[in-house]
Design a protein around this ligand. Structure first.
Ligand code: YSA
Length: 336
Protein backbone atom coordinates (compact mmCIF):
# COMPACT_ATOMS: atom_id res chain seq x y z
CA UNK A 1 0.00 0.00 0.00
CA UNK A 2 2.88 2.35 0.82
CA UNK A 3 4.35 2.02 -2.67
CA UNK A 4 1.04 2.61 -4.38
CA UNK A 5 0.34 5.59 -2.17
CA UNK A 6 3.81 6.99 -2.86
CA UNK A 7 3.26 6.78 -6.61
CA UNK A 8 -0.07 8.60 -6.28
CA UNK A 9 1.33 11.19 -3.90
CA UNK A 10 4.22 11.96 -6.26
CA UNK A 11 1.85 12.12 -9.20
CA UNK A 12 -0.42 14.75 -7.56
CA UNK A 13 0.27 18.03 -9.23
CA UNK A 14 -1.93 20.25 -7.05
CA UNK A 15 -2.98 20.55 -3.44
CA UNK A 16 -6.51 19.50 -4.45
CA UNK A 17 -5.30 16.32 -6.09
CA UNK A 18 -3.12 15.58 -3.07
CA UNK A 19 -6.10 16.06 -0.77
CA UNK A 20 -8.06 13.50 -2.80
CA UNK A 21 -5.25 10.95 -2.42
CA UNK A 22 -5.10 11.70 1.31
CA UNK A 23 -8.82 11.05 1.67
CA UNK A 24 -8.41 7.82 -0.32
CA UNK A 25 -5.85 6.46 2.17
CA UNK A 26 -6.32 8.27 5.47
CA UNK A 27 -9.91 9.57 5.27
CA UNK A 28 -12.76 8.13 7.39
CA UNK A 29 -13.52 5.63 4.67
CA UNK A 30 -9.91 5.41 3.51
CA UNK A 31 -7.95 2.26 2.81
CA UNK A 32 -5.73 2.53 5.85
CA UNK A 33 -8.65 3.41 8.12
CA UNK A 34 -10.35 0.28 6.84
CA UNK A 35 -7.26 -1.72 7.87
CA UNK A 36 -7.41 -0.20 11.35
CA UNK A 37 -11.04 -1.15 11.66
CA UNK A 38 -10.16 -4.83 11.13
CA UNK A 39 -7.91 -4.82 14.25
CA UNK A 40 -10.86 -5.33 16.60
CA UNK A 41 -11.62 -8.74 15.16
CA UNK A 42 -8.06 -10.08 15.62
CA UNK A 43 -6.53 -12.05 18.42
CA UNK A 44 -4.61 -9.87 20.94
CA UNK A 45 -1.18 -10.97 19.70
CA UNK A 46 -2.02 -10.57 16.04
CA UNK A 47 -3.81 -7.25 16.80
CA UNK A 48 -0.70 -5.91 18.48
CA UNK A 49 1.56 -6.88 15.61
CA UNK A 50 -0.79 -5.61 12.90
CA UNK A 51 -1.61 -2.49 14.91
CA UNK A 52 2.07 -1.59 15.09
CA UNK A 53 2.54 -2.29 11.37
CA UNK A 54 -0.53 -0.22 10.36
CA UNK A 55 0.59 2.65 12.58
CA UNK A 56 4.02 2.63 10.98
CA UNK A 57 2.40 2.78 7.54
CA UNK A 58 0.14 5.58 8.76
CA UNK A 59 3.12 7.59 10.07
CA UNK A 60 5.02 6.98 6.88
CA UNK A 61 2.06 8.07 4.74
CA UNK A 62 1.51 11.18 6.86
CA UNK A 63 5.15 12.16 6.45
CA UNK A 64 4.93 11.60 2.68
CA UNK A 65 1.76 13.73 2.47
CA UNK A 66 3.34 16.49 4.51
CA UNK A 67 6.51 16.49 2.37
CA UNK A 68 4.48 16.59 -0.87
CA UNK A 69 2.22 19.32 0.49
CA UNK A 70 5.24 21.48 1.36
CA UNK A 71 6.77 20.84 -2.06
CA UNK A 72 3.52 21.77 -3.85
CA UNK A 73 3.10 24.94 -1.75
CA UNK A 74 6.69 25.98 -2.44
CA UNK A 75 6.22 25.40 -6.16
CA UNK A 76 2.98 27.42 -6.11
CA UNK A 77 4.71 30.28 -4.27
CA UNK A 78 7.63 30.25 -6.68
CA UNK A 79 5.20 30.36 -9.64
CA UNK A 80 3.31 33.27 -8.09
CA UNK A 81 6.46 35.21 -7.31
CA UNK A 82 7.85 34.79 -10.78
CA UNK A 83 4.56 35.84 -12.41
CA UNK A 84 4.27 38.90 -10.17
CA UNK A 85 7.94 39.84 -10.29
CA UNK A 86 8.74 43.50 -10.91
CA UNK A 87 11.52 44.09 -13.39
CA UNK A 88 12.98 47.30 -12.07
CA UNK A 89 15.30 47.56 -15.03
CA UNK A 90 12.39 48.14 -17.48
CA UNK A 91 12.04 51.74 -18.64
CA UNK A 92 9.11 53.51 -16.90
CA UNK A 93 5.99 54.90 -18.57
CA UNK A 94 6.82 58.54 -19.32
CA UNK A 95 4.86 60.97 -17.12
CA UNK A 96 3.03 63.64 -19.09
CA UNK A 97 4.27 66.65 -17.17
CA UNK A 98 2.53 69.95 -17.82
CA UNK A 99 4.04 73.38 -17.34
CA UNK A 100 3.03 76.86 -16.42
CA UNK A 101 1.65 79.09 -19.15
CA UNK A 102 4.16 81.66 -20.32
CA UNK A 103 2.04 84.51 -18.95
CA UNK A 104 1.90 82.86 -15.52
CA UNK A 105 5.66 82.48 -15.59
CA UNK A 106 6.24 86.12 -16.48
CA UNK A 107 3.86 87.17 -13.68
CA UNK A 108 5.79 84.92 -11.28
CA UNK A 109 9.14 86.33 -12.46
CA UNK A 110 7.91 89.92 -12.05
CA UNK A 111 6.41 89.14 -8.64
CA UNK A 112 9.74 87.66 -7.51
CA UNK A 113 11.66 90.71 -8.71
CA UNK A 114 9.31 93.04 -6.82
CA UNK A 115 9.21 90.90 -3.69
CA UNK A 116 13.00 91.17 -3.73
CA UNK A 117 12.56 94.96 -3.51
CA UNK A 118 10.20 94.64 -0.54
CA UNK A 119 6.90 94.91 -2.41
CA UNK A 120 3.74 93.03 -1.46
CA UNK A 121 1.99 91.23 -4.34
CA UNK A 122 -1.79 91.75 -4.13
CA UNK A 123 -4.76 90.78 -6.30
CA UNK A 124 -7.68 92.92 -7.34
CA UNK A 125 -11.16 92.18 -8.65
CA UNK A 126 -11.88 91.79 -12.36
CA UNK A 127 -15.40 93.25 -12.23
CA UNK A 128 -15.19 96.85 -11.11
CA UNK A 129 -17.51 99.79 -10.56
CA UNK A 130 -17.25 102.96 -12.57
CA UNK A 131 -16.03 104.88 -9.54
CA UNK A 132 -12.90 102.76 -9.07
CA UNK A 133 -12.15 102.08 -12.73
CA UNK A 134 -12.60 105.71 -13.82
CA UNK A 135 -13.87 108.53 -11.56
CA UNK A 136 -11.55 108.08 -8.57
CA UNK A 137 -8.65 107.86 -11.03
CA UNK A 138 -9.49 111.36 -12.24
CA UNK A 139 -11.29 110.13 -15.36
CA UNK A 140 -14.78 111.68 -15.06
CA UNK A 141 -17.61 110.73 -17.44
CA UNK A 142 -16.94 113.56 -19.89
CA UNK A 143 -13.19 112.91 -20.05
CA UNK A 144 -11.87 111.89 -23.49
CA UNK A 145 -9.52 109.38 -21.83
CA UNK A 146 -12.59 107.19 -21.28
CA UNK A 147 -12.70 106.47 -25.01
CA UNK A 148 -9.20 105.06 -24.82
CA UNK A 149 -10.35 102.56 -22.22
CA UNK A 150 -13.85 101.76 -23.38
CA UNK A 151 -14.81 98.34 -22.27
CA UNK A 152 -17.50 95.76 -21.53
CA UNK A 153 -20.28 97.11 -19.37
CA UNK A 154 -22.52 94.85 -17.33
CA UNK A 155 -26.25 95.53 -17.05
CA UNK A 156 -25.89 96.91 -13.51
CA UNK A 157 -23.40 99.55 -14.69
CA UNK A 158 -20.40 97.66 -13.45
CA UNK A 159 -17.53 97.16 -15.83
CA UNK A 160 -14.84 94.57 -16.64
CA UNK A 161 -11.81 96.52 -15.46
CA UNK A 162 -9.88 98.16 -18.27
CA UNK A 163 -6.64 98.32 -16.30
CA UNK A 164 -5.23 97.23 -12.95
CA UNK A 165 -5.15 100.85 -11.73
CA UNK A 166 -8.47 100.62 -9.76
CA UNK A 167 -6.50 98.60 -7.20
CA UNK A 168 -4.58 101.80 -6.40
CA UNK A 169 -7.81 103.22 -4.97
CA UNK A 170 -8.99 100.01 -3.33
CA UNK A 171 -5.66 99.41 -1.62
CA UNK A 172 -5.46 102.94 -0.22
CA UNK A 173 -9.06 102.73 0.99
CA UNK A 174 -8.15 99.75 3.15
CA UNK A 175 -4.49 100.34 4.08
CA UNK A 176 -2.29 103.02 5.60
CA UNK A 177 0.86 104.46 4.03
CA UNK A 178 3.73 103.80 3.70
CA UNK A 179 3.49 100.74 1.43
CA UNK A 180 4.80 99.24 -1.80
CA UNK A 181 2.55 96.98 -3.86
CA UNK A 182 2.37 95.36 -7.26
CA UNK A 183 -0.91 94.04 -8.67
CA UNK A 184 -0.78 91.49 -11.49
CA UNK A 185 -4.06 90.54 -13.19
CA UNK A 186 -6.42 90.31 -16.14
CA UNK A 187 -7.89 93.38 -17.80
CA UNK A 188 -10.46 93.75 -20.57
CA UNK A 189 -10.94 96.19 -23.42
CA UNK A 190 -13.37 96.56 -26.26
CA UNK A 191 -10.64 96.06 -28.86
CA UNK A 192 -10.36 94.89 -32.41
CA UNK A 193 -7.86 92.06 -31.95
CA UNK A 194 -4.71 92.01 -34.04
CA UNK A 195 -1.11 90.86 -33.63
CA UNK A 196 -0.50 93.25 -30.70
CA UNK A 197 -4.02 93.78 -29.28
CA UNK A 198 -6.30 91.41 -27.40
CA UNK A 199 -9.67 92.06 -25.75
CA UNK A 200 -8.39 90.30 -22.62
CA UNK A 201 -4.80 90.67 -21.54
CA UNK A 202 -2.71 91.08 -18.38
CA UNK A 203 -1.14 94.04 -16.66
CA UNK A 204 1.11 94.59 -13.70
CA UNK A 205 0.34 97.69 -11.66
CA UNK A 206 2.74 99.19 -9.15
CA UNK A 207 2.05 101.72 -6.40
CA UNK A 208 4.42 103.14 -3.80
CA UNK A 209 3.23 105.70 -1.26
CA UNK A 210 5.40 107.15 1.46
CA UNK A 211 7.20 110.24 2.67
CA UNK A 212 9.77 111.77 0.33
CA UNK A 213 9.03 109.47 -2.63
CA UNK A 214 10.23 111.03 -5.91
CA UNK A 215 10.31 110.31 -9.61
CA UNK A 216 13.95 109.27 -9.12
CA UNK A 217 12.76 106.39 -6.91
CA UNK A 218 10.41 105.35 -9.67
CA UNK A 219 13.14 105.36 -12.27
CA UNK A 220 15.47 103.36 -10.02
CA UNK A 221 12.72 100.83 -9.34
CA UNK A 222 11.89 100.33 -13.01
CA UNK A 223 15.60 100.06 -13.85
CA UNK A 224 15.93 97.31 -11.23
CA UNK A 225 12.95 95.52 -12.78
CA UNK A 226 14.50 95.81 -16.26
CA UNK A 227 17.78 94.33 -15.02
CA UNK A 228 15.90 91.48 -13.32
CA UNK A 229 14.05 90.72 -16.54
CA UNK A 230 16.65 91.39 -19.20
CA UNK A 231 20.03 91.23 -17.47
CA UNK A 232 22.42 93.70 -15.88
CA UNK A 233 22.97 95.76 -19.06
CA UNK A 234 19.31 96.73 -19.43
CA UNK A 235 18.48 100.45 -19.09
CA UNK A 236 15.25 102.43 -18.67
CA UNK A 237 14.12 105.56 -20.51
CA UNK A 238 11.21 107.89 -19.67
CA UNK A 239 9.27 109.82 -22.30
CA UNK A 240 6.76 112.51 -21.31
CA UNK A 241 3.21 111.23 -21.64
CA UNK A 242 -0.27 111.78 -20.28
CA UNK A 243 -2.33 109.79 -17.80
CA UNK A 244 -5.20 111.43 -15.88
CA UNK A 245 -4.11 109.74 -12.64
CA UNK A 246 -0.44 110.81 -12.65
CA UNK A 247 1.30 114.17 -12.80
CA UNK A 248 3.88 114.28 -14.23
CA UNK A 249 3.29 111.21 -16.42
CA UNK A 250 5.68 109.22 -18.56
CA UNK A 251 5.86 106.19 -20.78
CA UNK A 252 8.83 104.02 -20.03
CA UNK A 253 10.90 101.90 -22.34
CA UNK A 254 13.64 99.36 -21.70
CA UNK A 255 16.87 99.11 -23.68
CA UNK A 256 17.52 95.49 -24.24
CA UNK A 257 20.01 93.35 -26.15
CA UNK A 258 18.41 90.22 -27.52
CA UNK A 259 20.79 87.34 -26.65
CA UNK A 260 19.55 85.30 -29.64
CA UNK A 261 19.91 87.89 -32.39
CA UNK A 262 22.33 90.34 -30.76
CA UNK A 263 19.99 93.18 -31.80
CA UNK A 264 19.47 95.95 -29.25
CA UNK A 265 16.57 98.37 -29.10
CA UNK A 266 14.29 100.46 -26.94
CA UNK A 267 11.01 98.72 -26.12
CA UNK A 268 7.94 100.53 -24.81
CA UNK A 269 6.66 98.68 -21.76
CA UNK A 270 4.06 100.84 -20.04
CA UNK A 271 3.07 104.07 -18.32
CA UNK A 272 4.04 105.66 -15.03
CA UNK A 273 4.20 108.87 -13.04
CA UNK A 274 3.71 110.56 -9.67
CA UNK A 275 0.24 109.88 -8.25
CA UNK A 276 -2.05 112.81 -9.10
CA UNK A 277 -3.24 114.81 -6.03
CA UNK A 278 -6.83 114.31 -7.26
CA UNK A 279 -6.39 110.55 -6.82
CA UNK A 280 -5.40 111.10 -3.17
CA UNK A 281 -8.37 113.49 -2.81
CA UNK A 282 -10.73 110.79 -4.09
CA UNK A 283 -9.22 108.29 -1.64
CA UNK A 284 -9.74 110.72 1.27
CA UNK A 285 -13.40 111.10 0.25
CA UNK A 286 -13.91 107.34 0.13
CA UNK A 287 -12.14 106.80 3.46
CA UNK A 288 -13.83 109.79 5.00
CA UNK A 289 -10.57 111.01 6.54
CA UNK A 290 -7.56 113.05 5.45
CA UNK A 291 -4.77 110.52 5.97
CA UNK A 292 -3.84 110.66 2.27
CA UNK A 293 -4.41 114.42 1.90
CA UNK A 294 -0.68 115.20 1.74
CA UNK A 295 0.56 111.82 0.51
CA UNK A 296 3.17 111.35 -2.19
CA UNK A 297 3.83 108.36 -4.32
CA UNK A 298 4.52 106.90 -7.72
CA UNK A 299 2.58 104.43 -9.83
CA UNK A 300 3.19 102.43 -12.98
CA UNK A 301 1.45 99.90 -15.18
CA UNK A 302 2.75 97.61 -17.89
CA UNK A 303 1.32 95.09 -20.35
CA UNK A 304 2.49 91.55 -19.63
CA UNK A 305 1.75 89.99 -23.05
CA UNK A 306 3.74 92.65 -24.85
CA UNK A 307 6.63 92.06 -22.49
CA UNK A 308 6.46 88.29 -23.09
CA UNK A 309 6.28 88.81 -26.87
CA UNK A 310 9.41 90.92 -26.80
CA UNK A 311 11.37 88.74 -24.44
CA UNK A 312 10.57 85.42 -26.10
CA UNK A 313 10.20 86.51 -29.72
CA UNK A 314 6.49 85.66 -30.03
CA UNK A 315 5.18 87.50 -33.11
CA UNK A 316 1.42 87.46 -32.39
CA UNK A 317 -0.36 88.10 -29.07
CA UNK A 318 -3.18 85.73 -30.08
CA UNK A 319 -0.82 82.74 -29.78
CA UNK A 320 -1.01 83.05 -25.99
CA UNK A 321 -4.70 82.24 -25.88
CA UNK A 322 -5.30 79.77 -28.70
CA UNK A 323 -4.05 76.86 -26.57
CA UNK A 324 -1.96 75.56 -29.45
CA UNK A 325 0.38 73.15 -27.68
CA UNK A 326 3.00 73.54 -30.40
CA UNK A 327 3.46 77.13 -29.23
CA UNK A 328 3.10 76.51 -25.51
CA UNK A 329 5.36 73.42 -25.39
CA UNK A 330 8.35 75.44 -26.52
CA UNK A 331 8.30 77.25 -23.20
CA UNK A 332 7.80 74.28 -20.91
CA UNK A 333 11.41 74.05 -19.81
CA UNK A 334 13.66 76.76 -18.49
CA UNK A 335 12.83 80.02 -20.13
CA UNK A 336 16.22 81.62 -19.98
C1 YSA B 1 -0.08 104.41 -16.25
C2 YSA B 1 0.32 105.25 -15.23
C3 YSA B 1 0.20 104.82 -13.93
O1 YSA B 1 0.52 105.64 -12.92
C4 YSA B 1 -0.28 103.54 -13.63
C5 YSA B 1 -0.66 102.72 -14.66
C6 YSA B 1 -0.58 103.15 -15.95
C7 YSA B 1 -1.04 102.26 -17.05
C8 YSA B 1 -2.48 102.54 -17.43
N1 YSA B 1 -3.41 102.11 -16.40
C9 YSA B 1 -2.81 101.84 -18.72
O2 YSA B 1 -3.62 100.93 -18.76
N2 YSA B 1 -2.11 102.28 -19.77
S1 YSA B 1 -2.24 101.65 -21.25
O3 YSA B 1 -3.59 101.74 -21.72
O4 YSA B 1 -1.27 102.30 -22.09
O5 YSA B 1 -1.88 100.14 -21.12
C10 YSA B 1 -0.66 99.75 -20.49
C11 YSA B 1 -0.01 98.65 -21.29
O6 YSA B 1 -0.94 97.59 -21.51
C12 YSA B 1 0.41 99.08 -22.68
O7 YSA B 1 1.68 99.68 -22.63
C13 YSA B 1 0.46 97.77 -23.42
O8 YSA B 1 1.67 97.09 -23.14
C14 YSA B 1 -0.65 97.00 -22.78
N3 YSA B 1 -1.87 96.98 -23.61
C15 YSA B 1 -2.76 97.99 -23.78
N4 YSA B 1 -3.77 97.60 -24.57
C16 YSA B 1 -3.53 96.31 -24.91
C17 YSA B 1 -2.31 95.92 -24.30
N5 YSA B 1 -1.82 94.69 -24.44
C18 YSA B 1 -2.52 93.83 -25.19
N6 YSA B 1 -3.69 94.10 -25.81
C19 YSA B 1 -4.22 95.32 -25.70
N7 YSA B 1 -5.38 95.57 -26.27
Amino acid sequence: MVNEAKIEIDASSSLNELQEVKVKYLGKKGLLTAELKTLGSLEPEARKAKGAAVNMVKNELEMMFEARETALKDAELARKLSSEALDVSLPGIPFQAGGFHLITRIIDDLSDIYRGMGYAVVQGQEVEDELHNFDALNIPGYHPARDQWDTFWLKDNRVLRTHTSPMQIRFMEAHEAPFKIVVPGKVFRFEQTDATHEAMFHQLEGLVVGEGITLADQKGTLAEMAKGLFGSRAKVRFQPSYYPFTEPSADFAVYWENPRTGAAKWLELGGCGMVHPRVFEAVCKLRNDDKYAHARGFAFGLGIERLAMIKYGIPDIRYFFQNDLRVLRQFRGNLD
